[in-house]
Design a binder for this molecule. Structure first.
Ligand code: ADP
Length: 352
């Protein structure tokens, strides 16, 4: 098998800051604690990164609050847009490295993580446009038509973004982009399984000129996430992850009535009728379920097939599945990489 060319694995890992991004600086956790991030394709440790605890969370929220009321508050939509476009450029310049980091951390085949980083770059460009178009309205007053009323959109404040491991870089951009467009400040808490691309993204934000404290990155586990969701000076949580954690976040957020954006797990069916174009429907139905080794919220994990074609269709999907190459995410021929962790493997096998 040939290996995809691109940045060297060791160089890419060495290039990632392994500390917490707080107030524009990469610093160790106050406790000095670290955790290992594992390559699921080999089971070996990729790196040790800092584990943020209560002191780190408090320090980061204070810095983020200060940044929110600082020069960032006066940054015009144009300034924010330019900054975001610069981040998009830096993503573009580092696509191969960012894709490699997600492939190493999660086991996503390299071609797929590259496509995902490209999408993230394009999304950042779209969010940059949004910085100029988020605005209120000026309707005529309904009881006095000669009067105008107006609404103004203002940034919510300090946003904590908690992300899962299945599409780390793209999901992080889906949170940072809207927050910067709106003039918020953001604290990113990536999943413990996939911290590397988030740390590198934090560094790229600094390189782009994002003011200190506007984007922070706190690597850590569920406890780090919980410290953010219950923090009294965090205004909003944007969370992507499991339904159970989403429920905990709703409860924790009640302490100060945080605003919430929750993107939780799905269970989506595909429906195939007898008059479908079978040649197209078979790979679509199969890859709807198998892409990213089935580890994504919109996976078509159920398949409803019209009885008339049921047996033939199922047989063809099975045949398609058998031909997929499961293997090393860094090999160009690989269709499917490993599941993300031993824990996840055990869980999936228990379903089987
Ligand atoms: P999964 O089961 O897919 O790993 P989770 O919902 O457990 O999904 O995790 C998604 C993200 O939520 C991760 O960043 C994780 O560290 C974080 N997290 C886990 N538990 C909590 C919690 N109680 N409060 C806040 N964040 C949490």
């Amino acid at each position: 098998m040939s290996t995809t060319t691109g940045p060297d694995v060791l160089t890419a890992i060495a290039g990632v800051p392994k500390k917490l991004l707080v107030d524009g600086e990469f610093i160790e956790a106050a406790s000095g604690e670290v955790f290992a991030t594992i390559n699921p394709a080999t089971g070996t440790e990729l790196a040790h990164v800092s584990l943020a605890g209560v002191e780190d969370v408090n320090r980061t929220v204070i810095a983020a609050r200060k940044a929110f009321h600082g020069e960032w508050r006066g940054a015009s939509p144009l300034v924010r847009q330019k900054l975001m476009l610069r981040i998009a450029e830096l993503i573009d310049e580092n696509i191969d490295e960012l894709a490699l980091l997600d492939s190493l951390d999660v086991g996503i085949p390299l071609s797929k993580s590259r496509a995902s980083v490209l999408t993230a770059r394009d999304n950042m460009i779209a969010y940059a446009a949004a910085a100029r178009t988020i605005r209120g309205s000026t309707p005529e007053n309904s009881s006095s038509p000669d009067m105008l009323t107006y609404t103004r959109k203002e940034p919510v404040g300090v946003v904590a973004a908690i992300t899962p491991w299945n599409s780390p870089f793209n999901t992080a951009i889906g949170k940072i982009g809207p927050a910067l467009a709106a003039g918020c400040v953001l604290i990113l808490k990536p999943a413990e399984q996939s911290p590397l691309s988030a740390l590198r993204l934090g560094e790229l934000c600094m390189e782009a000129g994002v003011p200190k404290g506007v984007v922070s990155v706190l690597t850590g586990d569920g406890n780090t996430g919980a410290l953010l969701t219950s923090h009294l000076d965090v205004d909003k949580i944007s969370f992507t992850g499991s339904v159970e954690t989403g429920q905990e976040i709703i409860r924790a957020s009640a302490v100060n009535m945080k605003r919430l954006t929750l993107e939780l797990g799905g269970k989506s069916p595909n429906i195939v009728f007898a008059d479908a174009q079978i040649e197209l429907a078979v790979p679509s139905a199969a890859m709807a379920a198998f892409t990213l080794t089935g580890q994504f919220c919109a996976a078509g994990t159920r398949l409803f097939v019209e009885r008339r074609i049921h047996d033939e269709f199922v047989e063809r999907v099975v045949d398609f599945g058998r031909k997929l190459i499961v293997g090393d995410p860094l090999h160009v021929e690989t269709d499917l990489g490993p599941v993300v962790s031993q824990e996840q493997l055990t869980k999936v096998l228990s379903y089987v």
